[in-house]
Design a protein around this ligand. Structure first.
Ligand SMILES: Cc1cc2nc3c(=O)[nH]c(=O)nc-3n(C[C@H](O)[C@H](O)[C@H](O)COP(=O)(O)OP(=O)(O)OC[C@H]3O[C@@H](n4cnc5c(N)ncnc54)[C@H](O)[C@@H]3O)c2cc1C
Length: 427
């Protein structure tokens, strides 16, 4: 493990810091918001607290686009992307450094990560040259926003169970079915979608990958209202949606292979979620009064905080290990799954405990909340989603068990049968 930046890394960090200092507002520990209030990738950050509902959503989106434009002009919008598409042409370690530095600033992010982090790299790996030229630069500048149309009511962890139909009709494809939990589909301009083009093939072989213009007739996005009051993700219905074959990404039947590119990038994008941690509850405990005085002096509270401190440091050293690997040009392995697993449940524990400490004001979730401006209330709602998005706790534990500890694989009895012969409750 190496805790220090190399001279080149230190130089890059300095450049990033001076860009951020000149263009963004630094935040205090207690103002450090979780990345989104209830969506893995879509945050409502940036909306002034006096603006409500749809207006707030529009203000937040406009602010985010403005920030994205600034980042793009400075070359920092997509560190890993090649320069020809407007990226920085940097290395994974530079991407980590940028994220670390930006985390200390209050910036309007959350709308572009799916495109830049996952879908853009998929188009780069599998798309046609004319599509790359047409779409990638506008993805970086934030002029066009993309969503990921993968999950369905019966295909989430088991993504290859997709039932959305893609039927060929001459030079066109006709899409019918439903997607769900699609972050940002209600404001996205384009989406990438996987659909079943051959139900008689094996489960992983009968899928094909496309991109769609979200304004195509027959596509309807219905926002899902969440417990936090926000509506960041959607059900998306496809009714006889016709798209040209030129919008196919990868070969017919190669949808699973193409999706793996998206999913591998998703693991990198969500592997290290920011959010509530020891620092926030420690600062808050200096303000919150419990029955025998300030919470920070209470022995039970201190015991809890010591546990979270130990977990945080453990995570920090795990991160140093992967940073060392990245710095040496290696790729961190499946052991990184532990990072999201621990972070998300720690965030849930910390926020739930803080709400208890706040007593009745813990239940108040409104602009005038006197303590910490809803920091822990938002964290409480968001952390539950974090335990599901980008791989549920159980799925991450399976990955650790099978690929890190070498335990026997889960039984996968559906691998050898054609999809339309799998028992489904309908046949
Ligand atoms: C905030 C958020 C944003 C999201 N954004 C998007 C998006 O933009 N696009 C998109 O396509 N999807 C998105 N999703 C969906 C997400 O990918 C799925 O919710 C996730 O993959 C889990 O799938 P599921 O909800 O169908 O649950 P299921 O897979 O049905 O899981 C239900 C339960 O069964 C458990 N389980 C499942 N399989 C196993 C197993 N093999 N072993 C042990 N336990 C198992 C799970 O852990 C879980 O507890 C988002 C989800 C969230 C929470």
């Amino acid at each position: 493990m190496d805790f220090n930046d190399t001279p080149q890394e230190a130089e890059f960090r300095k450049k990033v810091r001076s860009f951020l200092e000149a263009n963004a507002e630094k935040r205090s520990t207690l103002a450090a918001k979780p990345k989104g209030d209830s969506g893995s990738s879509i945050s409502s950050a940036g909306a002034p607290e006096t603006v409500k509902g749809e207006d707030a959503a529009k203000v937040a989106l406009d602010n985010a686009k403005e920030w994205q434009r600034k980042k793009a002009d400075a070359g920092f919008a997509a560190i890993l992307w090649p320069k020809e598409f407007g990226g920085y042409g940097g290395t994974p370690i530079e991407q980590v450094i940028y994220a670390q530095e930006e985390h200390d600033y209050f910036v309007h992010s959350g709308y572009f990560e799916i495109g830049i982090g996952m879908l853009g790299p998929t188009m780069m790996a599998w798309g046609k040259d004319e599509d790359k030229k047409r779409f990638l630069p506008k993805m970086i500048t934030g002029e066009e926003i993309w969503c990921q149309l993968f999950s369905e009511p019966s295909a989430g962890s088991d993504l290859a169970g997709i039932r959305m139909k893609a039927e060929k009709d001459g030079d066109e494809w006709v899409l019918n079915g439903q997607k769900v939990w699609t972050s940002g589909a209600h404001f996205a301009d384009y989406g990438m979608i996987v659909a079943r083009s051959d139900p008689t093939a094996l489960k992983h072989k009968g899928l094909t990958y496309f991109y769609v213009d979200m304004k195509t007739p027959g596509i309807e996005a219905k926002p899902i209202k969440q417990i936090s009051g926000s509506a960041n993700f959607n059900e998306v219905f496809f009714n006889d949606v016709r798209i040209p074959d030129s919008q196919r990404i990868g070969a017919e039947g190669d949808g699973w292979k193409v999706s793996l590119t998206t999913l591998m990038n998703e693991r990198l994008a969500v592997g290290d979620p920011p959010g509530l941690d020891f620092d926030q509850i420690f600062e808050a405990s200096k303000e919150i009064e419990v029955e025998d005085g300030l919470a920070v002096k209470n022995s039970e509270v201190r015991q809890k905080m010591a546990d979270w401190y130990i977990q945080s440091r453990g995570l920090q050293y795990t991160k140093y290990r992967s940073m060392t690997a990245l710095s040496k040009g290696q790729t961190p392995g499946p052991e990184l799954s532990i990072s999201k697993l621990v972070t998300a449940s720690k965030m849930q524990d910390v926020s739930s405990y803080a709400l208890d400490l706040m007593d009745m004001s813990g239940m108040v979730h409104q602009d005038q909340n006197p303590i910490l401006k809803n920091l822990f209330q938002n964290g409480y709602f968001f952390s539950a989603a974090m335990r599901i998005a980008g791989g549920t706790d159980e799925v991450l534990r399976n990955i650790i068990a099978e690929r890190v500890l070498g335990l026997p694989q889960d039984e996968r009895s559906d691998k050898k049968l054609p999809f339309n012969e799998l028992p489904s409750g309908k046949n």
